[in-house]
Design a protein. Structure first.
Length: 299
């Protein structure tokens, strides 16, 4: 029963990782940009919702709804002012730009809030600790189940949006070939700005769940970025449902690692990441470890 409980808790934890990784995976699949400020934006959203709850008494879920338009505007502005310009300089410049942005956000939050930990748990009532007892040895936290359900709903909604709406199809077409879509009247700049706004909205949802399930500080963004990156790589870059699968595998690996050894929580997740990365390289069709150049046929 202990291992079954660890498995269930790992799956639920994977739902949170899927929410955290969704924005990072979405931005990479559309613009081929690895946003190193992703974790810092998550923490920024967490502080925004906490500020509304602590200062104005606004419930966290309502606070999330209120900050989403501001996050969308922030994402749009970042695309136009930073990401679009840096993308012209090659692959390295966007990495450096988003890394510098993350440092600015982290230090600004530290100047404003200091190093004290915060949490939205005091504003959630029983939801922060209540659970359903399945057996004497297995209990499912209501907040964990809510986060997992939100992950499935978020990814499903985003998949439907990309598949069946004109804007979603425009985003997919721009991701496939930015230059060609201009021939059919699609404004690639506007599409990329919209995609960045959507990705930033996802960081707001992830930041709210971060603040609900644990404590956070201004420098809590780096671990969230690592978890998001690992879940994205395990599940496959650019795959929304793969992001959910990668998050679940990462959460299960961490949960099982913690059951084996108290120090094995992070180690288990990192081992899963490296195994998935090695398998992807080994089975890659071009340039992987098992790839061999084709022999030229005789003329």
């Amino acid at each position: 029963m202990l291992w079954l409980d660890q498995l269930i808790q790992g799956v639920l934890l994977g739902g949170y990782y899927a929410v955290v990784a969704c924005g990072l995976s979405f931005m990479f699949s559309v613009m081929r940009i690895i946003n190193l400020a992703h974790g810092s934006l998550i923490v920024l959203a967490a502080f925004a919702v906490w500020e509304l709850a602590s200062r104005f008494g606004i419930p966290p879920f309502l606070g999330l709804v209120l900050i989403l338009p501001a996050l969308a505007a922030l994402g749009w502005g970042l695309q136009r002012a930073v990401l679009e310009r840096s993308a012209r300089g090659g692959v390295l410049v966007p990495l450096l730009s988003t890394f510098g942005l993350s440092i600015m956000i982290d230090n600004a939050l530290f100047e404003r809030y200091g190093a004290d930990t915060r949490s939205l748990a005091p504003y959630l009532g029983d939801l922060s600790y209540d659970s359903w007892s399945i057996t004497d040895d297995i209990a499912i936290g209501k907040l964990s189940a809510l986060i997992f359900a939100a992950a499935v709903l978020l990814l499903g909604t985003l998949q439907i949006f990309l598949s069946f709406t004109p804007l979603g199809r425009a985003i997919r077409a721009t991701a496939a070939d930015r230059d060609t879509v201009a021939l059919v009247g699609i404004n690639a700049r506007r599409v990329n700005a919209t995609a960045t706004a959507i990705a930033t909205i996802m960081t707001g949802i992830a930041g709210t769940f971060l603040a609900m399930r644990t404590t956070f500080t201004p420098y809590a963004g780096a671990p969230q970025l690592i978890f998001a990156f690992e879940a994205t790589v395990i599940g496959g870059t650019g795959s929304l449902w793969g992001t959910l699968g990668g998050g679940v595998l990462l959460g299960v690996a961490q949960s099982v690692g913690a059951a084996v050894n108290p120090q094995g929580f992070l180690i288990g997740g990192h081992l899963m990441f490296f195994c998935a990365l090695f398998l992807r390289l080994a089975l890659s069709g071009s340039g992987g470890l098992l790839w061999r150049p084709a022999r030229r046929r005789a003329a």
